[in-house]
Design a protein. Structure first.
Lengths: 345, 330
């Protein structure tokens, strides 16, 4: 197993990235507002690690994945991949870099072209990138197919002849074709049956060990993220509220939102369930068109105080490698804001 | 070792599929087109329409030999078959018989069978080529509008609206009056046929353009397009390799349904006397001549039947094609 190397330069570095989708009105397309899908997030991904990105629907995690792979153009901020700033790089100059950064898509039914054979789909990266293979594209494609556990003789079959899990393997085979360094997996298993999810997650882990891959796994399922990630970032309304290594985040979550999320994970054992307190959040997620000021979670937070409505908490490092954007983090010894608030009262 | 991926002994060697597969047998997938074809073969009505369409095409192609074997020159007058006192065909049923299979025209006694066979050639030629013109224009503009969106879509959409609002029949009648006898290296009816193909094709593309645009809009949002983009594919690759293959089925279906419309339009123009010039036989032209002789049912019946059967066969076949390609439509 390759251990992530946190001392070196990060493979991918995202700095204050923003994506605002303009909302226009009228004939003249006057901009009347913006959906702040991603509103200033920063994180690093190191070689060999898996970063999990969790959050509920609409929090901007998929947008983040699309911004990093430049399927969308960031409004502000910076994306640095292997030391190169790719934030506003032209698609032409980006093309060779795309070999090293690939994406796994959510829906295995829509991510494969129904008119193409498996061979054409998995071979497309070679053709698009103009990569020469030693024994021809067909041989290379069949090697990848057996790598992801598919029968290489199914080269001439069409996607509709496969099950959901098999189709996702075809999608994974396509992303692996050019041997990328970084793979952004956007909800790689959420469209699959639970029994198949484990297969695909294990496949992703095995491939990581074998091919020395780095993953950014976007998911809303905390159990999947826990299984696969080395570090986990929690997003809420376009911002990262907490980022820590997996063990710390799951054993001692600091942000109230993370706590609430974790308490919502179903526990299969009824005995273990008894002692657990379920945090129920009141209300809905506010609209990203007009997010709450300062701390975005204060409208639903049971610990919120005056300061939460006026001062935005920075994503500060509370313990080694554990960053949290909260004035009153839980499971923490001392924080400046909590001390200040205590002094005031 | 230039192969981008060469990992011996893969990690995920779960291979249930290889157990299922026959050893050493070359596995061939069934494409969506093949599945549609299998479905079409079970649809007897559509198949019947298809057979008639094929027969019509064969008749049109081999109209020359068919006429020389079974009939007379379609332009030849046969005064001997006409009752000179009334100018109507001799005998009952318009002089139908072994000599003249479908009888003769009144006054000049031209062989109706030959004229209908010769008219099939012109009808189908104009029907197919005009459809080809509108499919090409409609597909290109529809795909571009749907894929690029934004102002490109706006501009093309407005152009489509203008074309759809155009009083085509009036325009065609006006244009027919000013067509010269010579031009573009063509003469007489050759030029008129080319002009009809152009007019009909050029003005019926917006309907197919709208269908293609709508389909492209939904295809553009599919993840396989994103997948191609994330691999660094250019617009041309995405349009021709990813989007267009998914449009072939609706285009084929719509073209099959557009052909009879265009045939009808040509017949209408010829009926109004602004299509192909007489004496060249066309179904519409024959109908228009027959109107004056409403006492002779066979004269109206046969060109009318020819149009009716052709249009019906194409429509049945087109409907069957649509069902075969998209069985969920019902």
């Amino acid at each position: 197993m390759t251990e992530p190397n946190y001392a070196s330069e990060p493979l991918l570095s995202v700095q204050d990235m923003e994506k605002h989708f303009p909302v226009t009105k009228g004939l003249l397309k006057r901009q009347v507002g913006a959906v702040k899908a991603v509103d200033g997030i920063s994180f690093d991904v190191f070689k060999g690690e898996t970063l999990g990105l969790v959050g509920e629907s609409g929090c901007g995690k998929s947008t983040t994945g699309r911004l990093v792979t430049r399927l969308l153009e960031p409004t502000a901020g910076k994306v640095v991949f292997e030391g190169q700033d790719i934030t506003h790089m032209s698609q032409g100059r980006l093309r060779p870099l795309r070999r090293d950064m690939q994406m796994i898509f959510q829906d295995p039914y829509s991510s494969l072209n129904p008119r193409h054979t498996v061979g054409a789909i998995v071979g497309a990266p070679f053709r698009i990138q103009g990569v020469q293979t030693e024994n021809g594209i067909k041989k290379a494609v069949q090697d990848i197919l057996s790598l992801v556990g598919l029968n290489p003789e199914h080269y001439n079959r069409y996607p509709h002849e496969f099950s959901g899990g098999q189709r996702q393997r075809i999608g994974i085979a396509r992303t692996l074709a050019l041997k990328p360094k970084l793979i952004i997996a956007d909800e790689p298993v959420s469209a699959l049956d639970v029994s198949i999810q484990a297969q695909v997650v294990n496949l992703l882990e095995d491939l990581q060990n074998e091919l020395d891959l780095t993953y950014v796994v976007i998911a809303h399922d905390l159990s999947v993220v826990r299984h696969i990630s080395d570090r986990v970032a929690v997003m809420y309304l376009g911002k990262i509220v907490e980022i820590a290594d997996r063990k710390r985040l799951y054993s001692s979550p600091m942000h109230p939102y993370t706590n609430a999320l974790l308490s919502a994970v179903p526990v299969p054992d009824p005995k273990a369930r008894k002692g657990r307190e379920r945090i129920r959040l009141a209300g809905d997620v506010p609209s990203p068109l007009n997010p709450p000021p300062a701390c975005r979670f204060h409208t639903r937070c049971w610990k919120a105080q005056e300061i939460c409505k006026t001062v935005e908490p920075p994503l500060g490092e509370v313990a080694s490698g554990h960053r949290v954007a909260c004035h009153f983090p839980e499971n923490a010894v001392e924080t400046p804001a909590a001390t200040a608030a205590a002094e005031q009262s | 070792m230039t192969a981008p991926l060469d990992v011996p002994g893969s990690a995920a060697e779960a291979q249930p599929e290889s157990v299922l597969a026959g050893a050493g047998k070359d596995i061939q997938g069934r494409s969506l087109t093949r599945i549609a074809w299998m479905r079409l073969r079970r649809d007897k009505v559509a198949l019947g329409g298809g057979v008639v369409v094929v027969l019509l095409i064969l008749v049109a192609i081999f109209s020359g030999p068919i006429i020389s074997v079974f009939g007379h020159d379609p332009l030849e007058f046969h005064q001997e078959a006409i009752d000179q006192s009334t100018l109507l065909p001799q005998g009952s049923f318009g002089n139908m018989g072994s000599e003249y299979l479908l009888g003769v025209e009144p006054v000049n006694g031209r062989d109706i069978f030959s004229r209908i066979v010769a008219g099939a050639w012109i009808s189908l030629l104009i029907g197919f080529l005009a459809t080809l013109v509108s499919v090409v224009i409609g597909t290109v503009l529809g795909v571009v509008a749907g894929y690029f969106g934004g102002w490109v879509d706006q501009v093309i959409g407005r152009i489509m609206d203008v074309f759809l609002a155009f009083p085509l029949l009036v325009f065609a009648i006006a244009l027919a009056g000013v067509v010269p006898d010579k031009g573009f290296g063509l003469e007489g009816n050759g030029l008129r046929i080319a002009m009809l193909i152009f007019i009909i094709g050029f003005f019926s593309w917006p309907s197919i353009g709208r269908i293609v645009r709508g389909q492209t809009l939904s295809l553009r949002e599919r993840e396989f397009v994103d997948a191609a983009r994330s691999l660094g594919a250019r617009h041309g690759y995405i349009l021709f390799r990813e989007v267009l293959p998914n449009l072939l089925a609706p285009i084929l279906v719509y073209a099959t349904l557009l052909i009879p419309t265009n045939i009808l339009f040509e017949a209408s123009l010829s009926f109004l006397g602004v299509g192909i010039n007489p004496p060249t036989p066309t179904w519409g032209g024959m109908l228009s001549e027959a109107v004056r002789f409403y006492t002779l049912p066979h004269f109206v019946l046969f060109p009318g039947l020819a149009i009716f059967i052709t249009v019906l066969a194409f429509n049945l076949f087109g409907d069957g094609l649509r069902d075969a390609f998209d069985p969920r439509a019902h």
